[in-house]
Design a binder for this molecule. Structure first.
Ligand code: NAP
Length: 309
């Protein structure tokens, strides 16, 4: 199998995959895509379940997405995952959309029903399961401060927290207008009589130290759903001096060790977890969508733990 395939390979699939056994019938589309750990995880799951097919990476440019997706039914694919930059544009290309993907406006999992493309989003539920497994708490009991509320992952996490009825949700984004827009969309979920006095249950705040200091004092869980931390040279999302021991800090960026944000959390005495658990659970939910059976979590976890740098 190649490190990644391209649209040209999909258009000449017989030639590009000659001798590949078991055949590739699943994969992830992204650009870049080299960083994705989904192939290791999903191939371990396919093997553990004796499903004779494999999962590959595809470097598909933004303008190639529609052509690439439309080739899949002809090539006998079972499904595809989508990552940067495809999650939001894919919504317009689906023949069917599940309710959560429609509300979030982003698709991370595509299933094939004959010629039809069905879009799902497992990031929100995957995040919720990750929080439960890493911190032994439910989202609904938490006051959440979410950075990156304008991106695909951030919107999914915010929607999930709203659906589960979290205690409080504060949205922050580099481009503040996107956080404000999301807060408007989520308002109906926070319309009940519950009061989180002396603070609002739902708000979008600017990314400014003074505003953040106040919010952090009224927060249980801080989430990084920005791209900050994906590169080793990135600064931490927040400095240790802004954090406190009562906090849980979840960094959706995945790595086997500590990300810069989690190093800051540890310095402040806060608990932290990185995005490997979300990767695992969103992937397990995608597997369950494609095959309508439980995913082999232990094998999937072992595969990503041993291959993530
Ligand atoms: P996306 O749709 O491109 O969104 C990127 C987000 O990051 C936006 O909110 C953007 O703000 C913000 N951002 C980008 N560069 C920034 C910077 N230098 N400073 C501050 N904010 C910045 O990407 P995505 O798919 O949501 O991914 C976002 C993060 O989630 C990534 O770190 C990814 O690794 C992680 N993720 C993890 C999992 C998992 O399973 N663990 C799954 C999905 C995503 P603007 O709106 O202002 O541009």
């Amino acid at each position: 199998m190649k490190e990644f395939y391209t649209l040209n390979d999909l258009q000449n699939w017989g030639e590009a995959t000659a001798g590949t056994d078991p055949p590739i019938r699943l994969g992830v589309f992204g650009d870049p895509v080299e960083h994705s750990r989904s192939p290791e995880m999903q191939n371990a799951a396919l093997q553990a379940c004796d499903l004779p097919m494999s999962y590959a990476r595809f470097r598909i440019r933004a303008e190639e997405l529609e052509t690439a997706l439309r080739l899949l039914p002809k090539l006998n694919f079972v499904g595809i995952n989508l990552t940067i930059p495809h999650k939001i544009p894919a919504v317009q290309l689906m023949d069917e959309l599940d309710g959560f993907a429609g509300s979030v406006g982003a698709v991370n999992t595509v299933g094939l029903a004959g010629e039809r493309l069905a879009g799902y989003n497992t990031d929100g539920a995957g995040f919720s399961r990750a929080i439960r497994s890493d911190f032994s708490v439910d989202l609904r009991d938490l006051r959440v401060l979410l950075f990156g509320a304008g991106g695909g992952a951030g919107r999914s996490i915010a929607m999930q927290a709203a659906i589960e009825g979290c205690e409080r949700l504060v949205l922050v984004n580099r481009t503040t207008e996107k956080a404000q827009q999301l807060a408007m969309e989520l308002r109906p979920f926070f319309a009940d009589a519950r009061v989180a006095a002396p603070v609002a249950r739902l708000e979008a705040v600017p990314w400014e130290e003074r505003a953040l200091r106040f919010q952090i004092a009224n927060t249980d869980l801080i989430v990084n759903a920005t791209a900050l931390g994906m590169r080793r040279s990135d600064p931490p999302l927040l400095s240790a001096f802004l954090l406190a021991p009562h906090l849980m800090v979840y960094d959706t960026v995945y790595a086997t060790g500590r990300t810069p944000l989690l190093t800051a959390a540890a310095e402040a005495g806060a608990r932290g977890a990185n995005g490997l658990s979300m990767l695992l659970h969103q992937g397990a939910l995608a597997f369950e969508t494609w095959f309508d059976r439980d995913a082999p979590l232990a094998e999937m976890r072992a595969a990503i733990s041993s291959t993530t740098p």
